[in-house]
Design a binder for this molecule. Structure first.
Ligand code: TEU
Ligand code: CA
Length: 632
C-alpha cells in the first residue's frame, strides 16, 4: 500500500505513527523540558497539525513544512509483531573501546600505539573482553585525532606499521577476541588525495566525491553550521567555490550520491575484510545522505538543537538505500559485524536501522541517555539516575526482538558518566560497580570504554592550555567573544571530550605507566588513587568486580536472551528486575541514590547472592548498592 503523504491536515497520531515523526516529536518535547510520553497522549493525538500551527504562532512558519518534508521522505514502516531474537555472537560479546592515542605507548614518544595495545592483550582477555573496537588508526593529519582520514589503507606512522597492525589482529584472534575498526565514511581529511585532486579543477573526476557549491554572493551556499563551530563551509578563493564540512575545517563531507565514490568505499572496506577484521564501528553513519539541493536549515530547529541544517541529514533521503548497498556489497560476503554511530536517531529510527529483516546495521549507538532532558554536554549539572531507569524501561526491548540495543556510558566523545552522576566523586568506586551491573545484566550488548573498568572520572584541567581537542579549543575561542574567560573555561570543562582522552592509568609511576616520554596530554595525578596494577591486587577493586561481571554474563544466556521483567517500575530510587530464560533466572536489585532504601527479597524457592558491590548483605540497600541474585 502506498503511504499517503502527511500534510497540515494530518492528525498528531498519524505524525507520530511515522518513525521519523515519532522520534522528532520525542526529541522536541525533551528539548523543551516536557515528558516524552506526551507524544503518545490520546487526547493530543486527535489534534491536527494545522491546529498546532495556529497554537504556536510564534514558531517560524517554515517549521511545519520542514518537519513534513522530513517525515514524508521516510516511506518505510515498522513491523510491530514480537519475535524471538535471533542468536548472534555480537549479542553475547562484551566490547571494549580503545582510544589508541591514549591507551599504551610502546616507544616513549608520548603517543599510544599498536605495539602498546599488543602488550596489553592479556589484560583485556582477563577482563573478559570478546571484541575490541579501535578508534581510527589510519593515516591522518590528526586535526580531530584520526577522525580525519588521509589514507584509508595506511596506518598512521605514529601508531605503527601495517606489520604491527597484522600482529595486533593476529594477537587478538589467537586469544579468541575479535577486532572492530572505526570507519569514518561521512567525511575525509582535506588532505586525502580525493579532496586535493577534486580541488584542482571543476572537471576533476573526483570533484563529485564532495560537496562543492557556489556561494550566495560572498555568503556560503546555505546556513548549515559545523559541529565544531562556525559555518559548515570552507571558501576556496582560487576557484571562488565553497566545500561542505559538518565537522572541523579539515573534515570534508563526502557526497554519497556519487556512485563512483561508493564503489571506492566498498572496495576499501572489502580490502580490510580480506585482511580478517571482524567488523566496523561506523562514524556518524546516519549523516551520509544529504538532499542534493542542500536546502537551508529551519531557524527554529537550529536554535533548539544548537546546530543549523541537521534535519536535512540526520536521517537523509537515501540513508537506508546506502546502508543496504554497503551491507550487500561489502559486509555480507564476509559476515562482517556493524555498529553505527547515529547521533539524533531515536527509538523508531533506531529500529529502522537495526531491524534484522531490513539488512542495514547490526547495532547503533544512540545518545539519548547520556544527558538528562533539558541538559547538554556543556552544562554543569548532576545527572539523575532515575532518568536512566525510566529511559531503559521505555527504550530497551522496543525493537520487539527484531533489533538489539547497545549499552554504554563512556566513550571518547564524552566526559565520564561517574562524574556526571556524582560530581564530587563521594561514591566513585561503588557507583562504578553499580553501572557495571546495569551494563552487564540488562538486555543489550555492552561496550566498555578504556578506564571505565577502573572507575575513571573526569580530569582536573587547570587551563585551556591543558586541553587538546579541536572541539573544545574552537568552542572556547567562540565563547570568549561573549563571556569572561573563566566562565568560558568552566563551560568547556563541563563537557570537554578530553576528560576521556587522557592516558590510561596502568600504575602509579610517572605518567601512569602510559609512557616513558612526555605524554601528548597529561594525567592529573589520579593514577595514585586509581590504576590497573593496584586494582588487580585488590579483591574489592572495580577492575576485579568487572572481571566477575563479565564472567557471570558469559556463564548464563539468561543475561543475554532472557526476558526482562521490571519490578515496581515506578519506584524512584531503586531499580529491580528479573532476567529469565527457561528455568534460569536472576534478580537484580539496585539502589540508584545515595540514601538507604529497603532491600526487597525475591524468589519463592530462595535466592543466592552471586555478586554485590558491598562486602556484606544487609536488610537495607546502602548508597548505590547493587546486587545480583540467582533465583528459582
Ligand atoms: O562523533 C560524532 C558526533 O556527532 C559527536 O559525538 C561529536 O563528538 C560531538 O559531540 C559533536 O558536537 C564522531 C566521533 O565519535 C568523533 O570523535 C568525531 O569528532 C566526529 O564523529 C567526527 O568524525
Ligand atoms: Ca608511541
Amino acid at each position: 500500500m502506498m503511504k499517503q503523504d502527511l500534510t497540515l491536515n494530518s492528525k498528531l497520531r498519524e505524525i507520530v505513527a511515522n518513525p521519523v515523526g515519532h522520534d522528532v516529536a520525542v526529541k522536541l518535547l525533551t528539548q523543551m523540558g516536557l515528558p516524552s510520553r506526551l507524544a503518545r497522549n490520546p487526547l493530543l493525538g486527535g489534534l491536527r497539525l494545522k491546529q498546532l500551527k495556529a497554537l504556536f504562532k510564534q514558531l517560524d512558519p517554515g517549521f511545519f513544512d520542514a518537519v513534513l518534508n522530513l517525515l514524508n521522505s521516510e516511506k518505510d514502516t515498522l513491523d510491530d509483531s514480537r519475535v524471538e531474537p535471533k542468536r548472534a555472537w555480537w549479542k553475547e560479546a562484551v566490547f571494549y573501546q580503545i582510544y589508541p592515542r591514549s591507551f599504551m605507548d610502546s616507544n616513549g614518544d608520548g603517543v599510544g600505539d599498536l605495539r602498546g595495545i599488543l602488550s596489553k592483550l592479556d589484560y583485556l582477555k582477563a577482563l573478559g573482553v570478546d571484541a575490541v573496537w579501535l578508534s581510527p588508526i589510519y593515516d591522518s593529519p590528526c586535526d580531530d585525532n584520526g577522525y580525519d582520514i588521509r589514507d584509508y589503507q595506511k596506518i598512521l606512522p605514529e601508531f605503527g606499521s601495517m606489520d604491527d597492525f597484522d600482529a595486533l589482529l593476529g594477537g587478538l584472534h589467537e586469544r579468541g577476541m575479535k577486532l572492530i575498526m572505526d570507519l569514518v565514511l561521512n567525511h575525509t581529511s582535506d588532505e586525502h588525495p580525493w579532496f586535493t585532486e577534486a580541488l584542482q579543477s571543476e572537471s576533476s573526476p573526483k570533484r563529485d566525491f564532495y560537496f562543492f557549491r557556489k556561494g550566495r554572493g560572498k555568503k556560503p551556499p546555505n546556513n548549515w553550521t559545523s559541529f565544531f563551530g562556525g559555518p559548515a563551509w570552507n571558501f576556496y578563493p582560487g576557484q571562488d567555490v565553497f566545500a561542505l564540512h559538518l565537522f572541523s575545517k579539515k573534515q570534508m563531507d563526502l557526497n554519497w550520491d556519487c556512485p563512483a565514490l561508493r564503489e571506492e568505499i566498498y572496495g576499501m572496506v572489502r580490502w580490510w575484510l580480506e585482511k580478517g577484521v571482524d567488523g566496523f564501528r561506523l562514524d556518524v553513519i546516519n549523516y551520509i545522505s544529504k538532499p542534493a539541493a542542500l536546502p537551508d536549515g529551519n531557524a527554529f530547529i537550529g536554535s533548539l538543537m544548537g546546530f543549523s541544517g541537521i534535519e536535512h541529514y540526520f536521517a537523509g533521503p537515501r540513508l537506508h538505500e546506502y546502508l543496504r548497498e554497503l551491507r550487500t556489497k561489502a559486509f555480507a560476503p564476509y559476515g562482517a559485524f556493524s555498529v553505527g554511530e547515529t547521533p539524533g536517531a531515536g527509538e523508531k529510527i533506531g529500529r529502522l536501522l537495526t531491524d534484522d529483516t531490513r539488512g542495514e546495521l547490526d547495532l547503533i549507538f544512540s545518545f539519548d541517555h547520556l544527558e538528562t532532558p533539558g541538559h547538554t554536554r556543556f552544562d554543569e549539572y548532576a545527572y539523575d539516575l532515575s532518568y536512566l531507569k525510566r529511559f531503559y524501561i521505555e527504550r530497551l526491548n522496543t525493537s520487539l526482538g527484531h533489533g538489539w540495543d547497545t549499552l554504554f556510558y563512556d566513550n571518547h566523545d564524552n566526559p565520564r558518566m561517574l562524574s556526571k552522576i556524582d560530581p564530587p566523586g563521594a561514591h566513585r568506586f561503588t557507583l562504578a560497580k553499580l553501572l557495571g551491573v546495569l551494563q552487564m545484566t540488562l538486555c543489550g550488548t555492552p561496550f566498555l570504554y578504556q578506564g571505565q573498568e577502573l572507575g575513571a572520572v573526569n580530569k582536573v584541567f587547570s587551563s585551556i592550555g591543558d586541553l587538546r581537542d579541536v572541539e573544545s579549543l574552537n568552542l572556547y575561542e567562540d565563547l570568549i567573544k561573549t563571556m569572561p574567560a573563566d566562565d568560558a573555561l568552566r563551560r568547556v570543562l563541563a563537557g570537554t571530550r578530553d576528560h576521556a582522552r587522557t592516558p590510561m592509568q596502568w600504575n602509579d609511576s610517572k605518567n601512569a605507566g602510559f609512557t616513558t616520554g612526555t605524554p601528548w596530554i597529561d594525567t592529573d595525578g589520579d593514577e595514585k588513587l586509581c590504576n590497573a596494577e593496584q586494582q588487580l591486587e585488590d579483591e574489592y577493586s572495580v577492575l576485579r568486580f568487572y572481571q566477575r561481571l563479565t564472567a557471570i554474563r558469559r556463564a548464563s544466556k539468561a543475561f543475554i536472551y532472557g526476558q526482562t521483567e521490571y519490578i515496581d517500575p515506578k519506584a524512584n530510587h531503586s531499580m529491580r528486575y528479573i532476567r529469565r530464560l527457561g528455568e534460569e533466572a536472576y534478580y537484580i536489585e539496585c539502589n540508584l541514590g545515595a540514601s538507604e532504601t529497603k532491600h526487597k527479597a525475591h524468589g519463592r524457592g530462595g535466592s543466592t547472592l552471586v555478586l554485590s558491590n558491598y562486602e556484606d548483605e544487609t536488610e537495607t540497600l546502602r548508597a548505590y548498592e547493587a546486587r545480583v541474585y540467582r533465583v528459582s
